[in-house]
Every structure is written in structure tokens, then in C-alpha cells.
Design a protein around this ligand. Structure first.
Ligand code: F3S
Length: 640
């Protein structure tokens, strides 16, 4: 068996099914962050159970930590009190980034972790099966429900050799992205094997598994070996260690060979993580900003390396060097060792231990500027400035570039600094709040922006409604539910955020949906591509949308539609799109029977008198969920 199969089998999935077969994976630990966690907590509350049933649930605040109005602090207070009531561990704002903290404080080799953040696979660096999912799926996992996913293929990334000086773990994952592309990992798990894997530390491994998300992979995974033991011992957690490795004759669907000793410093160029070039090719490009941090590269080793590189030097004034440490532990170590002073004296701007610049929460680059970042995503506009170009690099390349004021290859700097890692890391209780044994008396504090969660409608005898909007191909979740600081601040207020559904496409949509009391959306190919944001299904559900009829759907959005009881219908003949216009009234007769039993059926178009043949691809579990009007309703019905 490979390691992924072994962990599945320890969780009762035995025999291991063929790739593509749905599996129900028991979840040991959950992770939420504030941007998705307020909704996940409201969803958990709506399940109506007394206490978290997973072994461990941690609620982190790391995304929206700026407090320029009451919204964010209200959310933080809500998260702290709901965590105490239901038995979740709470990590305060300023304590660090969820994935860095989870590896430091809570990760356990061989266990399963489901997180409402796409970079949850970072936990694979410590030997966990760690998967990102929507908030509702995480709420269900907190309630003890298994997570349903199609059995992935397992690909081995066989590492040999050792990283040369100045070449980092980031260059390993950029090399994988260069070869596999941002779509290459869909439906796959990448398992890092071979003698080269054993040379990497846990935090280096975590950098690699973190950016497995950029491959589109289900997750990525390293063995739990002596390096894992050394890391856990340094964190005072060696008691949770077990040795976990694939069998010598483990089978993989494919093997990718990488000789670490042959790698060179790499950079992902604007605006995709797989547009990878050698740093040598970019040398001389002027930069305006260098940002070092994020869940990908903000470990102590990363930042101590940067501090050693800038020690006694001055960053040129035309470059803004920004540093965001990954956790309070990392910040403490930098402070205790004096490296913090090195960074300050060189002219670095020190941010809070949080996501910050990664999502444009402060420190956006200038108009048309160039920002060089140690982060994991460089999509257009993500850094906060639409026309800026973001490059993704290792901390070594970032620091060399900051010192030069233009792209620079760190290999030209002579000997690489040697960073000795302490045997014991300073673990501290500040920033982590454990729940009381009995939280039943805790009052959940809600600000005016935290509103009750709406529920979907169960499917009845017929589903009928007007076509409220007709859309082209490739509609993104940003088109459906735009982001931005102002709109995002309503993330726990579905009635308010729903006013912005399709607001960039058709300003009148929300008012029309309300007036007509819901209806259908019609679209072309790949509806719902982009981020996994579940508000793109939840807010339309609140507006009464009963179905989306499209030529095809993006995978995660399709799952979110089902989770919130919206029918994802596919035109049996894509040309039938021409037979439907905005304002037509469509009806699905015998709706419940069709959803529960059939793969294809007809809708009636009252405006044209024509029938529209549609398909629906559902597994038996999805049929149950959809007919109940969404997962929350389904769960409640099970409990009764
Ligand atoms: Fe935060 Fe950016 Fe990671 S938003 S969780 S640092 S991808």
C-alpha cells in the first residue's frame, strides 16, 4: 500500500476502492478560519447538537484581522464565544496563520484533517491526510459526519539527491507546478517519496504540500519519519508521533522523478502559479515590493534565513520589504535570537502574524507595479492591485531581490547562511484559548451583523420559476458573489450579502429574484469556476433560486449547489440554451421522483411550449441531500 491508502485503511476504508468511487472518510480534526469559519460555525449551530464530536476542532482568526469597523471584531468575539460553547479550540487574531499553527500545535501523523480553507493540505507535511472543503462540510465533520469524496488517484513524486545551497522547498513545488500545471492535480493525491524526501524538514515539506492546492490536488502527503519526530519533539509533542511510510512495493498511478540536486531558484510569473521560469531569466527586472510570509513560507527557518541575508545591510528605498511571521512562536523565536532586530534595521516593515498581504489585506503593491512574494497564489488582483504583476518565489530569492531592488538569483551571494534550528521551540499558551469542560452556560455574543442561517426548500411535487438571468460560459464564483472588503464584511449576514449576488453582471438581479420569489439561472459551460466560496450557492439559495441549468459545472461549485439544495441541471443538448430566454417560466413536474430516481428528465417552457431535456449526475447520497433541500435539512431529518 502507499501511505494514503494506509491512512484510509486505518480509518476503516478497506478494501481500497478504484479511483472515482465515492468514499466516506471519517474526520479526526477540523480547522476553520474566520473568513469561512463564521458561516461554518453558524452551520454547526444549525445542526442542533450540543458539542463538537470530532477529536479536535480549531477555530482560527487569521484572514480579516484589521479592525477598522465593528464587523471583524464582532465576528472574532462571536467565534471566541461559540468555540467555548461547543468545545472548539480558539486561536486569537494575531496568533498566526491557521496552517502554520496547525502544523506546530495540533497536527498528528496518520490522522485526518478537514479544513474550510483550500490550503488545508499543508498538514500533509506532518503526515496527515489533510483536505480543504466548504464550510458546511467542515461543520458536518465537527458533528462527527464523514466527508464524502471520490477516491483519488495517488501519484508518487519520487525525490532523489539533496537541495543545493540557495535552492529551497518552494523551488521543489514550483518545479512540480511547472510540470503538472494548475489543472494537473485534479482528482489526485501527490505522495512525496524517495531518499530526497527524507532530507527535508517538516516545515519544508509543509511548503510543498501547501502549494499542492495550486495543482488542484485533493491533497499531498509526506511520510512521518525521524525528521517528523524531531519536529514534534521540539514542539513538546513527541507523544503523538508514529512512524508512517508507504510499503516498499507500494503502487502508484504514476511516478514523477525529481533530482533535488539539479533544481535551481524558480519563480511563478504573473498571473498563474504554473507560469514558472528560472530566476536567472528574470534577473534585472525592477521590483517595487517584496513580501515574505503567508501559510506557504513563514516558518522560523524561512524568516531566520531572510534575517541572516539582510543583517547589516539596507533595503534600497525604492523597494518596500514586508514581513509577516507565520505564528507567535516564529515571532518569539526571531525576537529572542535578535533576528527581529536585523530585519528592522535593514528597513523591513513588520506585519502582524496573519494572512494580511496574501489576500490584499494591506500592503497592496503600487499601480502597474511588480511585487515579489513568497505566497502561493498570484492571480490577477489577489494582491490588492489589479494591474500589478505578482511573482511567487522562495524566501531566499525574495531576500536577494529585496537587497538588489531587482530580480536577483541568490546563488550569486556567496555562501548560504547556516540556520541552526533550536532543539526545543518556545511553545506558549498566549493566543490559544481552550474550551471549558462544560460550555453549556456560555452565552454566544453576536453583533448586529451576525444573522441566523437561512435553510433551503425541500423538493416537492413540482419545481417552477422564471429564468431570472441568462449567462455565457465560464461564469466564476466572483461573478456570482463578488468579494471585496466591503461585501466580505457581510459574510455572516446572508440577507445583506444576498443583495450583491450578480451585482457586477446585472445590478437588478437581487431585487428581481426577491420580487419573483426565486427561479432559475441559465448558463453555458463551466458555471461556477474559481474559488470555492460557498456564499455563491448560499446567497442564491436565500434569494429562492431553485436550479441552475448549464452546459457544464465546475466541480466544487456543483457540490456547493447540492449542499444548499439548488438543482445543478445540465442541458442534454447544449443547443437547447438557445430555446430559453430571460423571463421564460420553466417547470419540472414530478420533481421529487425525478431527483430521487432519474438521471434525465424534461423541463417545460411555458413561454415557447417546448420541452427542454436536462440531465442530473448525482450519487445516491447527493440525491438524498438535494431532495431534502440541502445538507443541513438532510442532517436534521436524520437526527429526527
Ligand atoms: Fe492565509 Fe493566504 Fe494562506 S490568505 S491561509 S496566507 S493562502
Amino acid at each position: 500500500m502507499n501511505l494514503f491508502e494506509k491512512i484510509l485503511s486505518h480509518h476503516g476504508i478497506d478494501p481500497i476502492p478504484e479511483p472515482g468511487t465515492p468514499i466516506r472518510l471519517p474526520i479526526d480534526q477540523t480547522l476553520t478560519q474566520d473568513a469561512t469559519g463564521t458561516m461554518a460555525c453558524l452551520q454547526f449551530e444549525a445542526l442542533g447538537i450540543d458539542k463538537v464530536k470530532a477529536d479536535l476542532a480549531v477555530s482560527y482568526v487569521d484572514h480579516n484581522t484589521l479592525q477598522s469597523g465593528f464587523y471583524n471584531f464582532d465576528d472574532h468575539r462571536f467565534l471566541r464565544t461559540i468555540a467555548a460553547k461547543y468545545g472548539m479550540v480558539f486561536s486569537e487574531p494575531g496568533n498566526g496563520i491557521c496552517h502554520q499553527l496547525n502544523v506546530e500545535r495540533f497536527g498528528v501523523p496518520g490522522r485526518t484533517l478537514l479544513g474550510s480553507d483550500s490550503h488545508t493540505p499543508t498538514g500533509g507535511g506532518i503526515g496527515m491526510v489533510a483536505i480543504g472543503a466548504g464550510g458546511l462540510d467542515v461543520a458536518m465533520a465537527m458533528a462527527g459526519e464523514p466527508f464524502t469524496l471520490p477516491m483519488p488517484e495517488v501519484v508518487s513524486v519520487h525525490l532523489t539527491g539533496q537541495l543545493p545551497a540557495w535552492v529551497a522547498a518552494k523551488d521543489v513545488i514550483l518545479e512540480v507546478l511547472r510540470r503538472e500545471t494548475v489543472k494537473g492535480g485534479v482528482g489526485k493525491v501527490y505522495e512525496y517519496t524517495g531518499p530526497g524526501a527524507a532530507t527535508l524538514s517538516v516545515t519544508e515539506r509543509a511548503t510543498i504540500t501547501n502549494m499542492g492546492a495550486e495543482l488542484g490536488a485533493t491533497t499531498s502527503l509526506f511520510s512521518s519519519d525521524d525528521n517528523t519526530l524531531a519536529f514534534l519533539r521540539a514542539q513538546g509533542r513527541e507523544d503523538v508521533w508514529t512512524r508512517l511510510e508507504p510499503d516498499a512495493d507500494a503502487k502508484y498511478s504514476r511516478v514523477i522523478e525529481i533530482d533535488l540536486s539539479k533544481l535551481v531558484p524558480l519563480a511563478a510569473c504573473p498571473h498563474m502559479p504554473d507560469l514558472v521560469k528560472e530566476v536567472r531569466e528574470l534577473e534585472g527586472t525592477q521590483v517595487d515590493q517584496v513580501v515574505i510570509g503567508s501559510c506557504t513560507n513563514s516558518s522560523y527557518k524561512d524568516l531566520a534565513t531572510v534575517a541572516a541575508m539582510v543583517r547589516g545591510k539596507r533595503i534600497p528605498p525604492e523597494v518596500s520589504l514586508v514581513i509577516a511571521p507565520g505564528s507567535r512562536q516564529v515571532l518569539t523565536m526571531l525576537a529572542d535570537s535578535g533576528e527581529f532586530t536585523d530585519l528592522i534595521k535593514a528597513g523591513a516593515r513588520i506585519m502582524e502574524c496573519a494572512c494580511g498581504p496574501c489576500i490584499g489585506m494591506g500592503q497592496a503593491p503600487p499601480s502597474g507595479g511588480v511585487t515579489v512574494r513568497t505566497m502561493n497564489r498570484n492571480f490577477k488582483g489577489r494582491c490588492g492591485t489589479k494591474d500589478a504583476g505578482a511573482y511567487l518565489v522562495s524566501p531566499e530569492t525574495a531576500a536577494a531581490t529585496a537587497l538588489a531592488g531587482k530580480f536577483a538569483d541568490p546563488r550569486d551571494l556567496g555562501d548560504a547562511p547556516r540556520i541552526s534550528l533550536p532543539e526545543i521551540y518556545p511553545t506558549q499558551e498566549a493566543g490559544i484559548v481552550y474550551p471549558p469542560e462544560d460550555g453549556s452556560g456560555v452565552e454566544i455574543l453576536r453583533g448586529p451583523n451576525i444573522k441566523p442561517l437561512p435553510l433551503g426548500k425541500a423538493v416537492g411535487r413540482k419545481v417552477s420559476g422564471e429564468v431570472l438571468l441568462k449567462l455565457p460560459d465560464n461564469i466564476t464564483t466572483d461573478d456570482i458573489m463578488p468579494a471585496g472588503t466591503h461585501i466580505l464584511s457581510f459574510r455572516s449576514n446572508i440577507p445583506e450579502i444576498s443583495k450583491y449576488v450578480f451585482s457586477l453582471v446585472d445590478e437588478g438581479f437581487s431585487a428581481r429574484a426577491k420580487e419573483k420569489q426565486g427561479g432559475f439561472i441559465v448558463a453555458g459551460e463551466n458555471y461556477g469556476q474559481g474559488s470555492s466560496r460557498e456564499h455563491a450557492a448560499l446567497a442564491p439559495m436565500h434569494l429562492g433560486i431553485r436550479g441552475v441549468i448549464a452546459a457544464s459545472f465546475a466541480r466544487i461549485h456543483r457540490a456547493n449547489l447540492i449542499n444548499f439544495g439548488i438543482l445543478p441541471l445540465i442541458f442534454a443538448d447544449p443547443k437547447a440554451l438557445d430555446d430559453v430566454s430571460q423571463g421564460d417560466v420553466l417547470t419540472l413536474e414530478n420533481a421529487l421522483e425525478n431527483i430521487l430516481e432519474k438521471d434525465s428528465f424534461d423541463l417545460k417552457n411555458a413561454a415557447t411550449g417546448k420541452t427542454i431535456p436536462v440531465r442530473i449526475d448525482l450519487n445516491p447520497f447527493e440525491r438524498q441531500v438535494l431532495s431534502a433541500g440541502g445538507k443541513l435539512n438532510w442532517y436534521r431529518a436524520q437526527q429526527n
